[in-house]
Write a new protein. Structure first.
Length: 138
């Protein structure tokens, strides 16, 4: 409680299901016949995982990472409850600047920087995912 480690553990506990659902959805789309074909051609189970399964799951991993990053970066309630008043993350800092100290310009800057960071992360990962799909389907 009231520490950065506590906030990290709490956010991990809250956000892991979002990552699991994203990866699970991409695993559901895998064709088991491709894995069977790799095994019948002499690939070891670790080679099948590394060369067949993992490349097809990477878009799900990247999508889950974007979702978790966006939710963690904009989290307000969990850091406010677990971290207390001493620990500041971007969302709680913007809240305090807007409502407690009435420093609207600094609160606006913090909120804008958070928005820019989130948009940059989403656009970058989207380009990676699109590049990955372009290589797979060419």
């Amino acid at each position: 409680m009231f520490s950065e480690t506590g906030v990290i553990i709490a956010l991990t506990h809250v956000l892991v299901p979002f990552m699991i659902l994203s990866v699970w959805a991409s695993l559901q789309r895998l064709d088991p016949q491709v894995e069977n074909a790799a095994i019948s051609l002499g690939a070891t189970p670790s080679a099948v995982l590394r060369r067949v399964v993992l490349p097809q799951v990477v878009p799900g991993i990247l999508s889950g990472a974007v979702i978790v990053f966006a939710l963690a970066a904009s989290a307000f309630a969990t850091p406010a409850i677990i971290g207390g008043r001493r620990l500041k993350v971007a969302a709680t800092l913007a809240y305090d600047e807007f409502l407690n100290t009435l420093n609207w310009p600094l609160g606006a800057v913090v909120a804008t920087l958070l928005l820019i960071a989130l948009v940059a992360a989403v656009v970058t990962s989207n380009r990676l995912i699109e590049r990955r799909y372009a290589q797979v389907f060419e």
